[in-house]
Design a protein around this ligand. Sequence first.
Ligand code: AMP
Length: 131
Amino acid sequence: MTLFQKIIDREIPAKIVYEDDDVLAFLDISQQTPGHTLVIPKKATASVLTAPEETIAVVNIQAAKIAKSLIDALGASGANLLSNAGEVAGQTVFHYHVHIIPRYEEDELKLDIKEHSSTIDEVYETIKEVF
Ligand code: AMP
């Protein structure tokens, strides 16, 4: 059982900001910026890559609404909404979740990605027939 299932089951405490039949939203313990919130489905699935479409829909619809309310309540200027899928992408809790990270002028939060050697043409050649 994941940590987030324990939060759903009220076995461990969390600062819950929104709940309905399908999703739960609570403040991320790390607070990358003030108001950093996680939105999770009540029906467990490992990540966005394993989630049924209905789950992805409901989580993202609520995440967008919660993001707007957080921005208004906290005086933020925007937000990053993102979901890490897989350990290599930084996922540490394997229960699908969307991070809402409110952004403030000059908060200096950075996503650092190292350079790589693939060109855009090479990437396009590989994926263009996939979809
Ligand atoms: P990820 O790295 O995308 O899997 O995100 C997992 C997030 O869960 C991290 O940002 C953690 O700070 C957060 N987290 C871990 N434990 C707790 C907890 N007990 N309550 C709230 N957030 C948590």
